[in-house]
Design a protein around this ligand. Sequence first.
Ligand SMILES: [Ca+2]
Ligand SMILES: [Ca+2]
Length: 371
Amino acid sequence: MWKRRIACGVLGVGLLAGGTLAGDNTLSIYGSQFIKIGDPGNRDTMAGEVPMYPDVHIGGVDHEFWLASTEVTVGQHFEFVQAYYPIYVKNTGHTLASSEFVGYDIIAAPDEIIIRPSADPGESTQMSWEYAARYINWLHNGKVNEEWAFETGVYDTSTFFQDDDGVWHHQAVRNPDARFFLPTWDEWTKAGYWDPQKNNGKGGYWRYQNSSDTEPVPGLPSEGGERNAGDSPPFPLVVGSYPNVKSPWGMLDMAGGQSELTESAITPDRLNTRIFGGTPYGYDYYGDFDSRDIIAYGNTGSATSLSVGLRLGAASGTHPADLNEDGWVNFFDVSLFIRWFIDHNERADFHLDGVFDADDVRVFLGFVAAQ
Ligand SMILES: [Ca+2]
Ligand SMILES: [Ca+2]
């Protein structure tokens, strides 16, 4: 998969984001800033760290991965809606797009595809798990605007059905070569609560996603608020409005904004029911003993019919088009791709189907353009 090192343009972003080592721990792609979640092999929660749910043991992740520091925005979603709408109409027969596809801040109809005037493109968006899967497939495939690029790659949408016995078949976990994905419940929990420096460097879990055992206060940043939550308007604010309220890894808005989809099903035999984490902006309660932002508090909903927010995960490594791993995407990478392609080197198989054809070129060029 992606190799180490980072796209160059990220340097400034990394420094601005709070002094993380630029280049080594951040990656900018598709308009999202990804942060490396390292410390592979960290342990799960212990009972004392999740007093509400002492039987739950989560947060241990055995691999390194990237996670976006903010949620997917309405503006990012809008580009996907424009691209997928013709296929949506063809496959569903509907010309007025459902909230599962477009969320609540975008309208897609035959005569217009728009962001509602009441919404800011920088706000966090909403979609169902099934459409999040299509969005992620599309990103994985370099934003190629062909049906296969939306329906295959990371999550095979042909599995999105219920059989005659009432059993749902939705793909349980991402494909092994996934470039992007929804974080699992463990990955999301680790990025939000696990602190490798806690307990004198032994590591431990905070109670909340703000590197603290104290619940983040809802309200405007200018009034001491720590969570993107309150009566709308003005909420929700655009993503990243609380740059100083972050997890030990630098994750923003895990509390507030939108609740966030994870890849994980509630149980292996209930594949249509997926876990999502964190409070939405409309949840402005404070001081509940069982706050929905407390560690291990997972909500669940239908992968087919519930629209909530999401935060992108990405495979560890470099920018997908930085083939020579020098931190830049330029002529030398294109040159290398052509050579590999001519030689049928598997690293030029960007469509990941074992065949060398124009689709590999399309996907690669999509990543060249994805700075
Ligand atoms: Ca959130
Ligand atoms: Ca390069």
